[in-house]
Structures are given as C-alpha cells and as structure tokens.
Design a protein around this ligand. Structure first.
Ligand code: CA
Length: 313
C-alpha cells in the first residue's frame, strides 16, 4: 500500500480523538502532515488544545497542530457539549498539553501544503464543520484541483439528522462551508450517519479497548464510556457510534465500506431543514454525482482493525 499524505481537520470530540489515534497508529499507510482545528463540538480554544492532548497521548509530539476558524462562515457557532461534555474530551483525565500550537493559521497551512506537495498527493480528512476547508478554497481557488481526495464525516440520508430532525451536526454548523466543499469539484467520500451509526461500541468492543491495558486503550474505553450514555438514552442503541474513525478506517481499509457515487447537495436557505444533505441515493434527478456516499461497513472488521492499531501506540 502506498503511504497517503493527509491533513486531519478536526473538532475533538472523543470520536475525533479515536480517529486521530487510528491515523497516528498507522504510519506505514498514513503520513499525517498536520492537524488543523476548527470550532465545532466545542469552541476552537478547546479543540486546538484537545488535538494536542491526543498527540501527546499517542506519543506523537512532532505532528504540527494548527488553530483555524473560530466560527462558521455565516452563522452563529453551535456546539455539542451535551454529547461530548464541557471539555469535548470528557471521560479520561488527561494532562494539559506541553507541545505548542503552531503560529500559522490552519487555513494557510492547508493552502501552503497543497501548493507545496505534488498535485493529487494530499488527502483532506475533515471530521468537523467544513469551515477551514471552505475558507481555504475561497482564499486559494487553485488548490481544489490539487487535492487527491476529501474523505469526510458528515451528513445523513436514511438516518436524516442528529442535531435537527433533518441535519447532521457537522453540516448543520456550517452549511455554507459544506456547500462550497461539495461544489468544489474535488473527489469526495462521505461518511454520513447512515454508516457511522453502524460503528457501535458494544460492551465487548469497549472491553477490547480496555484490555489493551495501555494508556491509549484505557483512555479510549473511558471516552466511549462517557459519550455512550448520551447515545444509549437518545437512540436506545447498544453503544456509542464512532463517527469520525470511519474516515481513518476508510483510508486503511476501503474494502470494509460500501456506498454509491451520487449527487449530494446542501440545504442552505430553509431554516427548517438547514444543513440537510440532499442525497440523490435513488438517482431521481439528473444532477451529476459529486460524492461517494457510504452506507454500510463491516463493523467487526472495523473494530478489529481499530483495536489492533490502537495496541501499537
Ligand atoms: Ca468531529
């Protein structure tokens, strides 16, 4: 497998943390050029701190972490402390980071990296609202065609919504940014709620993390313990869905996932359905496909991969 260069754009978030850990645990396949932070689950000050906490937990303190946009393009910031806790990483007790935040703005890092690397060799992995990505595309229209692929967590079709009846959180927080991203002409792979709700941390799977008996395994078990309370109550499910790690797992094992290449448009005008991903799953329009929209995954294969990789940290 050819090593893939990626930028992780993130708003940690416990599930973001697991997605980052999975990438950092897989240096043979994935070269993390940098981690860019955005406001989302919690404000930017916390997401940019949490990303460094996770790098230090993984023992990967050389990975540069950048702070990006602190609010959506055209709307007030909506956060999700009701899911992730006050810090965004509630669950384990982890030390404050010692590693510094880079001085460069995340958007400039994204632009500079895409211009410096050969065209088609850098994959963007957004795990939060798409504000940094859209701002980079707006500021430097030349970079979109240099992106190898965008593999993002966001949206929903069959599962419809988790922050409003019709919208998934990441897209809802910054629908304008999502629209710019989906219209950018880059190759996009989408991990919507339709697939991430199948990546459930059941008690057995959580026990497997705990049984690693490493600081990483223990922290991941405690993080999923924390936010599964919310999902069990809301959905009556067996455990918490690991949304964002689907993105990293896709880079490592695309064969675990299946979906359709379809047209996806973003609702940006109706307050009632703001941020809805209007996904033409059934091909009822002539709108051209712009995304690979994932619907299913091999959950056992996903959790085997995740546990095996986390054991390496
Ligand atoms: Ca996230």
């Amino acid at each position: 497998m050819v090593q893939r260069k990626i930028i992780i754009d993130t708003d940690p978030g416990q599930d973001d943390a697991v997605a980052i850990l999975l990438a950092l645990a897989s240096p043979e396949e994935i070269d993390v050029l940098g981690i860019t932070c955005v406001a989302g689950n919690v404000p930017l000050k916390l997401t940019s701190k949490n990303a460094r906490i996770i790098c230090e937990l993984a023992g990967k303190t050389a990975v540069p972490v950048y702070a990006g946009c602190d609010r959506p393009l055209g709307r007030e910031l909506v956060t999700a402390e009701h899911v992730h806790g006050k810090t965004g990483l509630n669950g384990p007790v982890l030390p404050d980071p010692q590693m510094p935040l880079q001085e460069t703005h995340a958007v400039d890092f994204i632009i500079e990296t895409l211009r410096a690397e050969p065209p088609g060799t850098v994959t963007l992995c957004p795990l939060g609202p798409l504000t940094n990505i859209a701002t980079a595309f707006n500021k430097a229209p030349d970079i979109a065609e240099r992106v190898q692929e965008i593999v993002l967590m966001g949206g929903a079709y069959f599962e419809v919504g988790n922050i409003t009846p019709t919208a998934e959180f990441n897209i809802y927080v910054d629908p304008q940014a999502a629209e710019i991203t989906f219209k950018s002409g880059t190759d996009i792979v989408v991990m919507p709620l339709d697939v991430t709700h199948k990546a459930l941390v059941t008690p057995d799977r959580n026990e497997a993390f705990r049984n690693l008996k490493t600081p990483v395994g223990t922290a991941v078990a405690q993080m999923t313990d924390f936010f599964e309370r919310f999902d069990k109550e809301k959905y009556g499910s067996d455990g918490a869905p690991l949304h964002d790690p689907c993105v990293t797992a896709y880079l490592l094992r695309p064969d675990l996932f299946s979906g359709r290449h379809i047209n996806v448009e973003i609702e940006t005008s109706s307050e009632l359905t703001m941020g809805m991903t209007v996904a033409d799953w059934w091909g009822v329009t002539d709108r051209p496909p712009n995304a690979l929209f994932i619907k299913d995954l091999d959950a056992d294969g996903f959790f085997s991969l995740l546990t095996e990789r986390l054991a390496r940290l």
